[in-house]
Design a protein around this ligand. Structure first.
Ligand code: AMP
Length: 221
């Protein structure tokens, strides 16, 4: 099964993609995570991407496409994937379609996490991420059992460099500008499924699972 999760920054794409990936035993591919990994390893891609990311701007399509294409060559994606953070615009959606076609694959569903702006700002402002396993927490909505420590692996929690008010606003503006074309593209392709996503993560996950079960014969969901 190949699923794309769409939605504004803070919609819960990462949280839901991780949960769905675990449930379906599929790899979770997050272009944001892959880029952050490149930044922290100081690769040439990471050096080129860092400035864009810190300003809340999109990293140039060509760089992200090259990175994703390399990821798609790995064996584990043969059984499917949960794609999170890509595509971010129409050009990327077309690039993705070409990449998948070359590999004899196609997308099964696009889940759009429909979230209001106030919820997004509240979520991003308090988000905490584990340095080791990437799990997400929230200062208020989902605090870790021990302050600053990941419940899952004991790793240190940090706030992302781009989760500050000015950058959050810029990321939302960038998203707004690009999203309508993207939604229309997947709606026309008959793939788009809207899920209201203002509620807490477990409730939203439930809705996604029910939707996939209703529309498809996914025995594992
Ligand atoms: P995310 O973790 O998805 O919120 O992404 C964090 C940042 O990584 C974004 O604000 C962009 O700067 C960059 N990024 C992630 N995915 C993409 C993409 N598909 N295209 C361009 N830039 C991206």
């Amino acid at each position: 099964m190949r699923i794309i999760l769409l939605g504004p920054p803070g919609a819960g794409k990462g949280t839901q993609a991780k949960a769905m990936a675990r449930r379906l035993e599929l790899p979770h591919i997050s272009t944001g995570d892959l880029l952050r990994q490149n930044v922290s390893e100081g690769t040439s891609l990471g050096k080129q991407a860092k400035g864009f990311m810190n300003k809340g701007m999109l990293v140039p399509d060509e760089l992200v496409a090259r990175m994703l294409s390399a990821r798609f060559k790995q064996q584990d994606i043969k059984k499917g994937f949960m794609l999170d953070g890509y595509p971010r615009n129409l050009a990327q959606a077309r690039t993705l379609a070409d990449m998948l076609k070359d590999g004899g694959m196609k997308i099964d569903a696009v889940i759009y996490l429909d979230t209001s702006e106030s919820v997004v700002i509240q979520r991003l402002g308090g988000r905490l991420v584990c340095k080791s396993c990437g799990a997400n927490f929230h200062i208020k909505n989902m605090p870790p059992k021990v302050k600053g420590v990941c419940d899952n692996c004991g790793g240190a929690l940090y706030q992302r460099a781009d989760d500050n008010e000015a950058t959050i606003k810029n990321r939302l503006n960038v998203y707004e500008k690009e999203v309508s074309g993207l939604i229309e593209y997947y709606r026309k392709a008959g793939l788009l499924q809207r899920v209201p996503a203002d509620e807490d993560a477990p409730l939203v996950l439930d809705k996604i699972v029910k939707l996939l079960q209703r529309n498809n014969d996914f025995s594992k969901v």
